[in-house]
Design a protein around this ligand. Sequence first.
Ligand code: FAD
Ligand code: NAD
Length: 405
Amino acid sequence: MSKPKIVILGAGYGGMMTTVRLTKELSAEDAEITLVNKHNYHYQTTWLHEAAAGTIHHDRTRMLIKNVINTKRVNFVQDSVQSIDRENHKVALKNGEIDYDYLVIALGFESNTFGIKGLDTNAFAIRSVNTARKIREHIEYKFASYNSDPDAKDSDLTIVVGGAGLSGVEFLGELVDRIPELCKEYDIDPNKVRIVDVEGMPFVLPPFDRELANYAQKYLEGKGVEFKLNTFIKEATPEGVKVQKKDSEELEEIQAGTVVWTGGVKANHIPADSGFETNRGKIQVTADLRSPEDDHVFAVGDVAVIFPPNAERPYPPTAQIAIQAAENIAKNMKHILKGEATESFVYKPKGTVASLGEKEAIGVVFDHKMTGKPAAAMKKVIDDRYLLMLGGVPLVLKKGKLNLL
Ligand code: FAD
Ligand code: NAD
């Protein structure tokens, strides 16, 4: 009898952790495991704001998939998923087709521009290694051109960040570290540089602890960031953005050389386009993390939505939950193959830490509030813990942030 085929789509947090855990839960005889990803590398989305600002090189955020997974146990296919044919258990790839008995959809997130005019063409989004690298290059080009291009304007040195959620605030934290270096490198008066954050809500970090959010705002303002709160980005143009204050009719224009949109994320479009029933584009998974329409299909990470028991709002899309859910999926796959009952997923939130550059951060860890250097150190511990779970001590030594070597 042929072995059941397990196919995992996407090598982000959810896909990589599912793959690595499956090779531990199952023996080579139990199943044939295939991982499909559009790049030959896995990147850490949670470090991309650093690569985008240029405070770390993008190679620090990524690793070759073949160096992390057990290639004797897992077939890695580098290809781009186009659609899923649930009826016939097939996945269409850009360069072929693959069939499965069990599927794990882990295709991650896309930037959500909410149909705001011009954002797709005139703003950048922090979404992948490619987009982060482009942002870093673009900002550096604007600074490099300032003293050499006769048409350069002061507003070329303005950076607008759309949204002050966790991604926006973490990116601002990196920018305030990076801009002084760029000014020095390109002989630019730092007073000419503006970093403007536009946030629709009356405060930064809307869902976060208020005391910590105020700490972050004050820290960033102290480093020169201007916050425009209660203000919405209405349009992005080649010259910058048009914004509107709440309860005002007027549009204000902010001229800027760089606009980075961190105003929200949505699920990868492929599950919904392939006919899966979705809740705002996400597969609302069952207690054991399967599609309610098809018990051969699991969904993990930002393509899945999980509601806490008796809650109206789902858990937010985070790497933390993707990693924990992936571990549950690997265990459940083993249970299914052995004919046992599956386990319900129980999320164990450990807290949230947001970096504000290299040496500052805010966070709540196991209900304990932290700021400053201890919080910054905690953030690095969290980053390295993931590497430890994925590839053990060798990966921490190679890619970790605590500079153990
Ligand atoms: P992803 O990490 O998005 O991975 C999806 C994978 O699928 C990628 O490798 C992609 O290349 C691949 N893929 C996509 N489409 C295709 C296709 N068609 N064919 C083949 N492959 C494809 N969460 C936290 O818990 N802590 C944090 O500190 C944190 N920081 C963040 C910082 C930033 C700047 C951002 C943007 C997000 C942050 N998040 C954080 C959220 C977290 O990154 C996401 O929740 C997490 O990445 C979701 O993991 P995932 O595996 O679902 O998807
Ligand atoms: P988000 O949806 O959490 O925040 C987007 C922000 O943009 C909100 O504050 C919103 O009010 C604002 N906004 C939306 N439309 C706007 C407009 N037109 N004009 C001005 N402001 C507008 O998105 P995110 O920050 O990218 O976070 C995505 C997910 O990733 C979340 O689940 C978050 O928890 C997670 N994340 C976690 C961390 C961490 O744990 N350190 C870091 C980054 C992201």
